[in-house]
Design a binder for this molecule. Structure first.
Ligand code: GDP
Ligand code: MN
Length: 397
């Protein structure tokens, strides 16, 4: 589950990580009230207005702006809320902004007095350990740094048995070129950050920039936080943080009916039982020159109700021009699945307007083919995998 910046910062703050303070606002009026409150709490006269969408690179797209008066807070918030923010990380259509974070300006009195660093905590699957990646070259161009000057990015691997050790925290502060108060602040920062990562069951923290203020405090100015979905049962208080407006609407609907569905760009809808078979089905479609429109694992019980739910989800994507159903009958018998497909098809009335190719293999595959072929429906049945992909190409023309 991906979080908004303001939600990520709240989590960091709850574990003692210093953050740039801010208040979320849904409209210009709330933004002004938020700015006034921040002035009382922090003494700041200037505020940054930051679009809250699930995409990075907001600064480059005009989604992060400095306001030097309440009038500017009102104008900028009014302009950012409702805009379609296009950044290097969104599609070309951009993302609609529903809310902004009004934050204290922490770069005061000027950018020359501050330093921006990059820091992320993530799982390195290759070594089976969490690691902290960090760089002196923080700010808005970390992708370029990674490409052109990768030696400026450091990593610290963390042994799960010991957690982040004090000497590792010191090494990070040292490699960032810090001394004195800032050195101590960085040790506190990174130690609290790692604790927050572990305790919140996150799979990614990306803090860019981590800021050294003009008075040598270290704080998170941005926060990209991803919480591991499989651990959400341990964090009931995080469940309300999910913002469905930021997620693909078809995927949200699929999840609600218990289907594992991922929306893709192609035109061949796929319905498969088992994630592995679904992946190889997508590969085969691609190898035969097609493009999968989705990944859909209907799971072990491919009965009429689930197949029908699958059809309805797949057909919500207007790009789908053919559907390939690929089922391996191991525990579930193919003839039962075939019956499910026939029943679902009939239940759908005339909602299905695209050709369907079914490949059923495994227990009772012959019976299944007979059932499909004898149904009189516009469903073509095949037995071999390759044959199925060829048939898809044939119907697409
Ligand atoms: P991103 O572009 O989506 O990564 O959004 P960030 O939260 O990282 O903000 C983008 C940039 O805005 C930062 O790299 C800073 O340079 C700038 N910025 C953020 N907060 C402040 C602030 O308090 N004052 C000033 N002057 N600039 C800020
Ligand atoms: Mn950032």
């Amino acid at each position: 589950m991906n979080l908004h910046e303001y939600q990520g910062k709240d989590i960091l703050n709850s574990f003692g990580v210093r953050i740039q303070r801010g208040i979320v606002a849904q409209n210009a009026e709330e933004a002004v009230a938020a700015a006034k409150q921040l002035t009382v709490e922090t003494g700041t006269g200037w505020h940054v207005i930051k679009a809250q969408v699930h995409a990075g690179g907001r600064g480059k797209g005009g989604g992060v702006k400095l306001a030097k008066s309440l009038k500017e807070v009102e104008d900028i918030a009014g302009q950012i809320i409702g805009m379609n923010l296009i950044t290097p990380q969104t599609s070309s259509e951009g993302k609609k902004v529903h809310q902004v974070l009004v934050a204290e300006d922490v770069y005061y009195p000027g950018e020359s007095e501050t330093e921006e660093y990059y820091m992320s905590v993530l799982l390195n699957r290759g070594i089976g350990r969490n690691m902290i990646m960090y760089s002196t070259e923080g700010g808005m161009n970390i992708e370029t740094v990674a490409e052109e000057t990768p030696h400026l990015i450091f990593t610290e691997e963390i042994d799960p048995a010991t957690g982040l050790l004090p000497f590792q925290a010191r090494r990070i502060a040292f490699n960032l070129g810090l001394s004195g108060l800032a050195f101590k602040e960085m040790i506190r920062f990174v130690t609290a950050l790692y604790t927050a990562y572990i305790k919140s069951d996150a799979s990614l923290f990306e803090i860019n920039p981590v800021l050294k203020t003009s008075d040598n405090k270290i704080m998170a100015v941005d926060a990209k936080v991803t919480i591991d979905d499989n651990a959400l049962y341990r964090h009931k208080d995080y469940i309300n943080l999910r913002d469905l407006r930021e997620e693909n609407p078809i995927e949200v609907e699929a999840k609600a009916v218990g289907l594992n569905y991922v929306d893709l760009d192609g035109n061949v809808g796929c319905m498969v039982n088992g994630a592995g078979l679904a992946m190889s089905t997508m590969d085969l479609i691609k190898q035969s020159g097609g493009e999968p429109a989705n990944f859909l694992d209907v799971g072990g019980t491919a009965d009429a109700a689930r197949v029908e739910a699958g059809f309805r989800i797949i057909l919500k994507d207007p790009n789908v021009k053919a559907i390939l159903i690929n089922i391996f009958g191991g525990i579930v018998r193919c003839d039962r699945v075939a019956q499910g497909i026939v029943d679902a098809y009939k239940n759908m009335g005339d909602a299905i307007k695209v050709p369907i190719i079914v490949r059923l293999q495994g227990t009772n595959a012959d019976l299944a083919k007979e059932l499909i072929d004898g149904s009189g429906l516009d469903v073509q049945s095949v037995v071999e995998f390759q044959e199925a992909a060829d048939k898809v190409q044939e119907v697409l023309g």
